[in-house]
Design a protein around this ligand. Structure first.
Ligand code: NA7
Length: 562
């Protein structure tokens, strides 16, 4: 797209990333506050996560009518999704539509990968550099880099010697990959691998799935949206907005108030059957105590494991696929279109790499510990991301007195509200570690974060406040609260979860997302702002921060997001 040759490099606000969060942040700062703002985006187009994740079967697990911005009634009225779950190309069309409709692209500098961001205390400015050597400065620096954008390619010995082609799903070639007749190895069975495998199997000569942790999955039951449902979305968007703002996870459905053991086994089974037929993440909403009570969770886990054994015909494969080591939804629960059914095809096989680990890669393929060489033409790494903190640490951020973010977070990421880090004035992290983000339907926390940051910057401007950063004690309290919230759930029982950073060797194990629920989080943020940004240090006028109070403990009856 054409770019102004005189794009400003010294602005009020710099935003890194042009996905859901960066686009809305630009709109808020530029069009609502009238600030000068620029977005720096590594890709050649808008879309963020969806710009990079173009793998076969890439589709959002949130229902399309909720996977939308809700800030503009006009936008809600004019846009129409076509399927229950939006596929990657449709999400790209949506985000391009939003960017064009609000004339955002003129303030986005594409093809700019940020490599350094340094805070100059004396000038109270952020200095930002890009890979190509450009230099920008700004009063406020806002990261909108997404939670799942730093690809995790496992360090398997011999990968460089592989004679075929290999790809990570999060860095998929724009021109696509032709699997026709090829021997494909897919490593990873998270949400991505579960979406990709059935689609790859359709054209591959043979697909070998290398599974380390077996996973639950509920059928998505994706389908075109009916005219009646489309009309409902248009006519009732106020109602839908009210629901997604009120539910703990920002999804457009309420979590049932009932508890598992208030129902006899036969009735529970019926409830699970209905939820299975309906499909999607709503399965998780069948009972309110599924993520709070292990025995309750076991009933859902057993139901889902039974479904795997029903669907998959080969008993050995079915046993490996249903040998799941964590409670249902303690890791991000995938939803699928024909995943388990794919293992009934003659051209699909499973290798259980928990029992028989990958030892190395040769020019011909993947070798497992038992000495078998699985000959392959293509390897697909559906191995996830250095989630939540990875993309932020890659930006080369240095705060006050040269404090590097990677040093401040040596023992794991620490923020206040997921939005700011002590020692890094005027830096805001949209969906940062410690925010509800990935436990929610993402556009909901994104809109809340962006609006809160916009309000905070307006407050600073109106009151001539030059700097804002959290008091270290607020950060400590928030980190403790995030831990308490996680510990009130079964989420920490999944030892291999990326929520904990456990998927990346050497990464500190810290439960990163806030599991106390989106509504509670929104109330806390509103309260902090209403109390004059309680727990933050505000410099530049006489305003003093108020000491942060205690956050109400996350009770076990609260359902965390998924
Ligand atoms: P995930 O959920 O992190 O899944 C990655 C998968 O790759 C998972 O099965 C991992 O097993 C597996 N993995 C990772 N490294 C290896 C190695 N070295 N060997 C074998 N297997 C490995 O990423 P996704 O992209 O599927 O999903 C990310 C999020 O995107 C998802 O949660 C949604 O929010 C959208 P493990 O479980 O670590 O044993």
């Amino acid at each position: 797209m054409p770019e102004s040759s005189a794009a400003p490099t010294n602005v009020d606000a710099l935003i890194i990333g042009a996905g859901f969060s960066g686009l809305y942040q630009l709109y808020c700062l530029r069009d609502r506050l009238g600030l000068s703002a620029q977005v720096l985006e590594a890709g050649d187009g808008v879309g963020g996560t969806w710009y990079w994740n173009r793998y076969p079967g890439a589709r959002c697990d949130s229902e399309s009518h909720s996977y939308s911005y809700y800030f503009s009634d006009e936008l809600l009225e004019e846009w129409e999704w076509t399927e229950r779950y939006p596929g990657q190309p449709e999400i790209m069309r949506y985000l391009n539509h939003v960017a064009d409709r609000f004339d955002l692209k003129r303030d986005i500098r594409f093809g700019r990968r940020v490599t350094a961001a340094r805070y100059d205390d004396a000038a109270n400015r952020w200095h930002v550099e890009t890979e190509s050597g450009e230099h920008y400065t700004a009063t406020w620096l806002i990261t909108a880099v997404g939670c799942l954008s730093s690809a995790n390619v496992p360090d398997i010995p011999g990968l460089e010697s592989f004679a075929g082609a290999w790809y990570h799903t999060g860095q998929w070639p724009h021109e696509g990959v032709d699997f026709t007749g090829k021997r494909v190895g897919q490593v990873g069975t998270g949400s991505t691998g579960i979406q990709a495998a059935p689609v790859i199997a359709e054209s591959a000569g043979h697909l070998t799935v290398f599974q380390r942790t077996a996973n639950y999955s509920v059928p998505a039951r994706n389908a075109p949206l009916s005219p009646e449902f489309k009309r409902y979305c248009h006519d009732r968007h106020d109602e839908i907005r009210a629901v997604i703002k009120d539910t703990p996870n920002g999804h457009p459905f309420r979590i049932a108030a009932r508890k598992v053991f208030d129902f006899p086994a036969a009735e529970r089974q019926e409830i699970y059957e209905k939820a299975w037929e309906k499909g999607g993440l709503q399965f998780r909403a069948s009972f309110q105590d599924l993520l709070a009570d292990k025995a309750a969770n076991d009933t859902a886990a057993d139901f889902l494991k039974g479904k795997i054994r029903e669907v998959v015909k080969d008993p050995e494969t079915a046993a490996a696929l249903s040998d799941i080591d964590h409670p249902y939804a303690a890791k991000r629960p995938p939803i699928d279109t024909g995943y388990f059914e794919a293992f009934n095809r003659d051209n699909v096989s499973l290798v259980d790499v928990r029992r028989n680990p990958i030892s190395h890669i040769t020019p011909k393929g993947i070798v497992t510990a038992d000495g078998t060489e699985h000959e392959l033409d293509v390897i697909v790494f559906a191995t996830g991301f250095d989630a939540m903190s990875g993309a932020l640490l890659k930006l080369g951020i240095e705060g006050r007195d040269g404090l590097a973010l990677k040093d401040a977070w040596r023992d794991g990421p620490k923020t206040y509200l997921g939005l700011q880090v002590a020692g890094f004035p005027n830096l805001f992290t949209i969906t940062g570690p410690g925010s509800p983000s990935v436990l929610c339907n993402m556009p909901v926390p994104i809109e809340q974060h962006v609006e809160w940051i916009t309000g905070c910057i307006a407050h600073m401007r109106d009151n001539r406040i030059e700097r804002i950063e959290p008091e270290p004690e607020s950060v400590e309290k928030w980190v403790a609260h995030v831990n308490d919230a996680a510990n009130a759930t079964l989420l920490p029982l999944a030892k291999h979860s990326w929520y904990l950073g456990a998927n990346v060797p050497g990464k500190p194990r810290v439960f990163m997302p806030y599991a106390g629920g989106m509504k509670r989080y929104r109330d806390i943020c509103d309260d902090v702002a209403a109390k004059g940004y309680e727990g933050f240090r505000l410099d530049g006028n006489d305003e003093k921060s108020a000491a942060v109070g205690d956050f109400a403990p996350a009770g076990s009856t609260d359902s965390p997001g998924i």
